[in-house]
Write a protein that binds this ligand. Structure first.
Ligand SMILES: [Zn+2]
Length: 138
């Protein structure tokens, strides 16, 4: 496995317009920016193939005419796989917040820790240790 090559400076100019996860991937070098990122409105920003030093997103690769002709394409790891991890992590964080709020609401409604634990499939002690700080310890 080769280390990702940092995106050329000009390709990430204006990167602050991109979603945070895309911005982060470009900033830390987990993905390369398409040569046309920021210049073509329909560019997908994250490169999936390169021809020598020329990196292109899937859309710009389909539009490619003579650019990089004669140079063998090298497929880059699919950046959407990392975006899916970021999306799943975000969903987990939202679910955790929802769970904490639900436990707090149940406690405020008067349900004992034993009921909260039963619905969580956990022991009373485990439920209390995990949620007591946000749900009120009583
Ligand atoms: Zn592109």
């Amino acid at each position: 496995m080769t280390a990702p090559v940092p995106a050329p400076r000009q390709a990430t100019a204006g990167a602050d317009r991109y979603p945070d996860d895309v911005k982060n991937m470009l900033t830390v070098g987990l993905a390369r920016a398409c040569r046309y990122a920021g210049t073509r409105p329909d560019c997908q920003v994250l490169a999936v193939v390169r021809y020598g030093q020329l990196a292109l997103c899937a859309h710009c690769d389909r539009r490619r005419s003579t650019l990089g002709k004669g140079t063998q394409p090298v497929a880059l790891p699919d950046p959407s796989a990392l975006l899916q991890i970021a999306a799943a992590r975000h969903a987990c964080q939202q679910a955790e917040t929802g769970l904490r709020n639900a436990v707090a609401a149940a406690r405020q409604a008067g349900h004992p820790w034993s009921a909260v634990a039963a619905i969580l499939g956990a022991t009373r002690q485990a439920a209390q240790q995990r949620f007591a700080r946000t749900a009120g310890h009583r």
